[in-house]
Write a protein that binds this ligand. Sequence first.
Ligand SMILES: Nc1ncnc2c1ncn2[C@@H]1O[C@H](COP(=O)(O)OP(=O)(O)OP(=O)(O)O)[C@@H](O)[C@H]1O
Ligand SMILES: [Mg+2]
Length: 456
Amino acid sequence: MNKNIDWLARINILNFIVYLIIFFIITFGFSLNGVGTLLVLLFSLLLIILTFKGFKKLRKYTREKFYYRWLLHDFILNNNLFSEGVEQWEEHSNGSTKIRSRKIIQSSAVFSYEDTPDEFVVLAYKMGNIYDKRMETLDTELQGLLALPIENKQVLPDVVRYIFLKNKKEIEQYVFSNTLTREFFEDTPLDIIRLSNTQQFSLKRNTNIGLYGRTGSGKTVTLQWLLYNAISKGCGCGLYPNTYLSVVDGKGADLYSLGEILQETLGEQINIGQTPHSLAKLSREFCQIMNERFELIKNSETLNADAYDLKMIPNFLFVDELASIRDSCGSSKEGKALWNEILQNLGLIARKGRQAGCHLCISTQDPNAENIPVELRNQISAVLYMGSPSADRIRMAFAMCELENVPTVTGRKGEALFYADSENMVEPEITVAPFVDLKTKQEFKQVVLNIVPKPQ
Ligand SMILES: Nc1ncnc2c1ncn2[C@@H]1O[C@H](COP(=O)(O)OP(=O)(O)OP(=O)(O)O)[C@@H](O)[C@H]1O
Ligand SMILES: [Mg+2]
């Protein structure tokens, strides 16, 4: 820790000296006669005004320039990120030798910062000393210091970069009625799904999506949003005959009837189901379609290409309430075999779907190992946990990321903890899932027709 020079005190001393000089000038003015005195007095008055204004500016500039430096200096002190020692030396005077000592800072953590109009970055250096470990875990303290949430944290071998956004936009929920049209999706890249004005995720980097939450927390509504996105990308519509969209509603409820309307509106590429048998069949077919895509990709000219590089339209398999499907399988021998086949197919899609642009989207109330096997759950890298999950459920659902400062949800309808890989995120953050509020089947049909891509 360098000695923190108190620039403001030095400026005050300088200011005092300048005033003292002006005082001497005035005294000198009084020793002159008539006009001379007046001129010196006027000149001194001008000097006083200029000095006052000039030093005020200088103080403000210094405060701004050193503000964060001082703040970080105090941060080191307040968090005990330094160690003191005693320095001793000998002093000889009048033939006698005295041992003198004083306290010194022996070592300390080292920080610097980058300040731009949008971002504030604290750099915590790792210098190969006892502070290195703590440099990586200062999230809570730094957030408190700056009163800003951490946007991103990059842990590098020699430095940890804590990135704060100065003007983070408030999350605005997307709410639509039958006003959802193609226009909304027009500028969205093929691999992107938008969740709010500030949040989105890439399907290219997140092949599998998990929606968890208690009953009534909004899983089906969120799944429907993903369904609208899939349709807007052209999945399951006649314009792209090589696409495949499957919807399985484990509870055979609203989503199944929406699936029926979809099938009616868009045609055969939409597949719907509500029983374990139908999920077994549809997931088997999905695997076949995936394998056909692999052949296509293998035969293409491009090396290491994935479906998105080859401008293929993504395929989706939506499964609402996976746990209900398991319950329906029952505990008979056949039932268990069926459940195993389903898990095998889903596991295969989850592991291999990325390159073929084949996406699995699963919802279940509780992501425990019984409802969704750990191997399958671990393949899910984009998660929306609706409502306010308990700490152990958060650890299950978000095993792929840090969980130091998980935000607390407020209880608003549609609110969820959201995390997706490679979206510059460190931890789950709060989002509010989009809501397309439709009253009738006719409205649903109309919205589907409005968002589906049309021939150019
Ligand atoms: N994002 C949202 N914004 C506003 N309201 C919502 C949102 N999501 C859900 N809701 C409201 O909550 C109700 C229940 O949502 P939904 O059916 O999606 O819950 P769920 O988690 O699927 O429940 P279940 O487990 O019973 O199937 C919806 O009918 C809707 O009125
Ligand atoms: Mg539901």
